[in-house]
Ligand binder design. Structure first.
Ligand SMILES: [Zn+2]
Length: 44
């Protein structure tokens, strides 16, 4: 998965959820920011 790194992405502002995308998508469909690979690890 990739995610949108934009702190002002409409989805993040509106829903407090970082938008996620399939690996073949290169830019956020909401704000047009280049996507980043998801690197963080969920706390266990
Ligand atoms: Zn975005």
């Amino acid at each position: 998965m990739k995610h949108c790194p934009n702190d002002e992405c409409p989805d993040l502002v509106k829903y407090d959820i970082v938008a996620e995308f399939e690996d073949d998508v290169t830019v956020c469909s909401k704000c047009g920011t280049s996507l980043k690979l998801k690197l963080w690890v969920l706390p266990s």
